[in-house]
Each structure stands twice: as C-alpha cells, then as structure tokens.
Design a protein around this ligand. Sequence first.
Ligand SMILES: O=P(O)(O)OC[C@H]1O[C@H](OP(=O)(O)OP(=O)(O)O)[C@H](O)[C@@H]1O
Ligand SMILES: Nc1nc2[nH]cnc2c(=O)[nH]1
Length: 186
Amino acid sequence: MSQTDIEHIKQVYAEADLLFTPAEIEAAITTMAQAITQDMRDANPVVFSVMNGGLVIAGQLLTKLDFPLEASYLHATRYRNSTSGHGLEWKVAPMIDFKDRPVLIIDDILDEGHTLVEIVEHCKAEGAASVKTAVLVNKLHDRKARPDLQADFVGLEVIDRYIFGFGMDYHGYWRNADGIYAVKGM
Ligand SMILES: O=P(O)(O)OC[C@H]1O[C@H](OP(=O)(O)OP(=O)(O)O)[C@H](O)[C@@H]1O
Ligand SMILES: Nc1nc2[nH]cnc2c(=O)[nH]1
C-alpha cells in the first residue's frame, strides 16, 4: 500500500462515526457470555472462531466462558478485504474433530449471512451434533440470505452501514480499532 493509500486509511478512521464505544462492546460481550454459559455449560462444545474478523470478539468472549470447551478456528472469507461480498472462499477448514459434539461458531458480524449459513451447513454435514452461532453484531436490513436468519447469540444490533473495528476491517485495516465505527458515506 502506498503512502497516499495510508493517508486514505487514516482519513477514513478520522472521519468515521463511532457507533459503539469500547465500554458498550464490553457490556454486550459480557451479556452474550452469560447467555452462552447458561445454554452450553454442560455441553462440552467445540468452539470455532471465524478468521479473520472473529479474532477480537472470540479472544474476549472465550475468556468469559467459564466451563469446559475446546477452542479452535476456521478461516472462510467472502469479502476478501473489500467492502462487498462474493462467493465464500474456504482457506482453512475446521481442524478439531467435532463429530457428534455440539459446535459453537463465533464471528464478528452477521450481515447478509451467507458466510454463517455455509459454515453451519458444513459443520452439520461433517457430523456436528448441533451448531449454534454467536456474533458480536447483527446488521439490520432485509437482505439476509434467508428471511428468518438469526444468530443464536447476538451482542449488538447495527444500522445498515459499512462498519469496522473490533475485528472488522476497512480494506484490511482498522480491525484493531477499539470501538465499532461506520465509514463516512457508506
Ligand atoms: O454475513 P455476510 O454478508 O456473509 O458477511 C459476514 C462475514 O464477512 C466478514 O468476513 P470477510 O469475508 O470480510 O472476511 P474477514 O473475516 O477476513 O474480514 C465477517 O467477518 C463475516 O465472516
Ligand atoms: N468490516 C466489515 N465486514 C463486513 N462483512 C459483512 N459486512 C461487513 C461490514 O459492514 N464491515
């Protein structure tokens, strides 16, 4: 990336609208963790974080799940560091055996939901006893892959804009932003 592009990346951050503060996100993750614990504390689940976006939420959520589980990751991408989605590309399939075990998938965002639908179907086809999903944010619009599509555990509801921060990127940048921001004009 050239120096000019880095200036653009900095400008996007400077001009973005803060939608959720770090404190609001922390509170939402704590509430999610309580709901997941209530539901899965005796289930002995395998928990997969979806890379890359799930990195930050998973890191924080996992430390609040105080019961036995196995944690691993999978890597699937649909946006490939751009701001519009394409077909899902599997980069790393799940590596822990989860046959006949409950599975929990953790991701940053449920937008149109094609990503989560395909991951859930993959885990079911590979023999998971059940598959639940946890997302930090659900984006509100009527373009879901299925009209009734919902995650089992949702931290925050977000307006229909392109967002970044807390694992979510703007052209590969600002996953490290401590807060959830909407790009100006998007
Ligand atoms: O609900 P959808 O419309 O399918 O979009 C949601 C997915 O998009 C993002 O991943 P992305 O493909 O950008 O890859 P990344 O995790 O590397 O950012 C995000 O992390 C979700 O996995
Ligand atoms: N960073 C980011 N990734 C997404 N993937 C699907 N929707 C979004 C979004 O609004 N922001």
